[in-house]
Design a protein around this ligand. Structure first.
Ligand SMILES: Nc1ncnc2c1ncn2[C@@H]1O[C@H](COP(=O)(O)OP(=O)(O)O)[C@@H](O)[C@H]1O
Ligand SMILES: [Mg+2]
Length: 226
């Protein structure tokens, strides 16, 4: 199996807070990993560094052969557009764009927009009848499904999902999780932050954080021990 994500001795300090305190692990292409651990343990910081939204204080985060911290602003924009699909707890849709325009914005950053393809992505997440709705006209679950469509539209190598069901009711949680299951079955690599053990058990492997460190470092490096 090819390694898609390689994290080596990653550190991140915010002033005197050590958000990540020497984290190392690898993820093979096609794996679904659950990042677990209590609030404040560094999970979001890790996701942000892997996605090029933040930079480490020390150590390396290599995604698909790219050392993310070495990219300049233009390189980061291209990296995010081409390799990463983000799903955030707070959806982060652009409020004045319709559902289909939010998906097309991701296409725009990647290459060229294709409204038909963006509509098909929304149909796939069950929102074929909400294409022209603004985020404020959608429920939380529907907004998160738009975000999933946006995350998929460029066929990213890596899907980074930070508590993707943290703000959803049970029915929408089930819809988003079954979409993640489908993506995994199609061969996508998924790093999903959750603190819900039943959701963590859907993943192939769990990596557990406490105080910016891995709880069982060996398991993170050797899938057969996890
Ligand atoms: N931008 C920031 N500035 C200062 N401290 C931060 C910042 N982001 C995160 N932290 C701190 O880093 C630690 C890890 O945060 P985070 O990665 O968000 O944890 P988690 O996602 O596991 O809840 C926390 O103590 C948090 O307060
Ligand atoms: Mg977090």
């Amino acid at each position: 199996m090819a390694t898609l994500v390689q994290v080596e001795n990653l550190r991140k300090e915010f002033g005197n807070v050590r958000a990540l305190d020497g984290v190392s692990f690898r993820v093979d292409a096609g794996e679904w990993i659950a990042i677990m651990g209590p609030s404040g343990s560094g999970k979001t910081t890790l996701i942000n560094i892997l996605g090029g939204l933040d930079t480490p204080t020390a150590g390396q985060a290599i995604v698909d052969g790219t050392d993310v911290a070495r990219l300049d602003e233009a390189g980061l924009t291209r990296f995010r557009a081409e390799k990463i699909g983000f799903i955030f707890q707070q959806f982060h849709l652009v409020p004045y764009l319709t559902a289909v325009e939010n998906v097309m914005l991701a296409q725009y950053f990647h290459s060229t927009t294709d409204e038909k393809e963006a509509q098909q992505a929304l149909e796939r997440v069950g929102l074929g009848d909400r294409i022209e709705h603004l985020p404020s006209q959608l429920s939380g679950g529907e907004q998160q499904r738009v975000a999933v469509a946006r995350a998929l539209i460029n066929h990213p190598k890596l899907i980074l999902a930070d508590e993707p069901t943290g703000n959803l009711d049970e029915a929408n949680e089930e819809i988003v999780l079954s979409l993640l299951r489908e993506l995994h079955a199609e061969g996508h690599t998924i790093l999903m932050v959750t603190h819900a053990p039943p959701i963590g058990r859907l993943a192939d492997r769990r990596i557990e954080f406490a105080h910016g460190r891995l709880v069982r470092p060996a398991a993170a490096l050797k899938p057969e021990l996890a």
